[in-house]
Design a protein around this ligand. Structure first.
Ligand code: 2PG
Ligand code: MG
Length: 387
């Protein structure tokens, strides 16, 4: 494939901050690809540059893409690594790397007259189950996400219909129990409330029973960890040692219909992950900041039996090929894979195609506002798969 034109532009993400979009034109097609932004980023994620820094790097590398023939995604991504030559894309920026890498993926698919998910794999393609953020406190220093998910596989559409109704039902109950509730949402369009963690879990228990769903929690615990000894919950006023945190996570998971627990410990504490994983099996203990979509960290987690599921965020690692390797390793080791949005997204729906094309078990998305863009794309993909 020969690139005729490659252009970088700044666009806005859903948190009103600037992000990058690449427009790529080959002899046959023109595609665009943009990258999301995280708020509670992990320490082990590949490095993002500011959009202006990325733009100045782009000036230097732009022409290198015009003078070459690229035959595969691996070639493109190897080339990006060779331009960068660091472990974490600190030279050209993981945001620039992923914008280019994913634009190439779209161009390969389009030149083949295929949807991206079909291009990735027609055989492995399957609809993921949704995990949706319902009540949320992004960036608060407390449990960040209260999620709902189905555990039985019906169609994506049926699952989403249940979750959407549950999301609205949760708002009704919050309105009754929290006098200050005014339908405010966080960055991912999850409801914001002043109720306590336990009160929220009671509401979600009622709603999850009614709609045959289970509860998920993203503790994002690295952001509660003081770096030495304690986890402090900014809104619930708990201060926990590692042992307290472990006991708390286990007791919550046994008391409430919780099936999914993401980042319950800080991103370096593989040991506590392992204890929780053993004691709470078959519930899903999931690594996000712990793994940072990094194959080396996933290998360690597998060796230590620290997790039973893994968040997949392409922008944590910087290329499509690295993302594919991560999903492959997880699957080979029977680790459930959860493709995930970031707290600030764009109108780019590529993660939906990656989730389906790579055969991920779940996809983590939001349920209202601009977040429905991903859900609607998945409904369209399901229609194609059902043909
Ligand atoms: C997470 C994500 C998405 P962020 O913690 O799982 O929900 O948030 O993009 O801020 O890391
Ligand atoms: Mg997370």
């Amino acid at each position: 494939m020969r690139v005729k034109r490659i252009k970088l532009r700044e666009i806005f993400a859903t948190n009103s901050k600037k992000t990058l979009e690449i427009e790529l034109e080959t002899e046959k097609v023109r595609v665009r690809s943009s990258v999301p932004l995280g708020t509670s980023k992990g320490k082990f994620e590949a490095l993002y540059l500011s959009t202006s820094e990325a733009a100045s790097k782009f000036v230097f590398i732009k022409n290198k893409f015009l003078s070459q023939n690229f035959n595969s995604q691996e070639e493109v991504d190897d080339f990006l690594h060779s331009l960068d030559r660091t472990e974490n894309f600190s030279e050209i920026g993981a945001n620039l790397a992923l914008a280019i890498s994913s634009a190439f993926l779209k161009a390969f698919a389009a030149e083949n007259h295929q949807e991206v998910f079909e291009f990735l794999s027609k055989e492995k393609a399957k609809m993921p189950r949704p995990i949706c953020n319902i009540v949320g406190f992004k960036g608060s220093g407390d449990v960040e996400e209260y999620l709902l998910l189905p555990v039985h596989q019906t169609s994506f559409r049926e699952n989403m219909e249940k979750i959407m109704q549950a999301y609205l039902k949760v708002a009704e109950l919050l309105k009754i129990r929290d006098p200050s509730f005014s339908f405010t949402k966080d960055l991912e369009s999850a409801w914001f409330t002043r109720l306590s963690l336990i009160e929220i879990l009671k509401i979600l228990t009622k709603v999850s029973n009614e709609f045959l769903l289970k509860i998920g929690l993203d503790f994002a615990a690295s952001h509660m960890w003081d770096g030495k000894q304690y986890y402090s919950y900014s809104m619930n006023n708990y201060i926990f040692s590692t042992q307290d945190q472990l006991n708390f996570v286990i007791s919550l998971a046994r008391k409430f219909p919780i099936f999914y627990i993401e980042d319950p410990f800080n991103q370096e504490d593989f040991v506590s992950f392992s204890v929780a994983n053993k004691q709470l099996s078959p519930k899903l203990i999931c690594g996000d900041d712990l793994l940072a979509t990094n194959v080396k960290r996933l290998k360690d987690a597998i060796d230590l039996k620290a997790i039973s599921s893994a968040i997949v965020k392409p922008n944590q690692i910087g290329t499509i090929s690295d993302t594919i390797k991560f999903v492959k390793l997880a699957k080979e080791n029977k680790i459930f894979t959860i493709m995930s949005h970031r707290s600030a997204e764009t109108d780019d729906n590529l993660i939906c195609h990656l989730a389906v094309g790579l055969g991920c078990d779940y996809i983590k998305v939001g349920t209202s506002g601009e977040r429905v863009s991903k859900i609607n794309e998945l409904l369209r993909i399901e229609e194609i798969l059902n043909k």
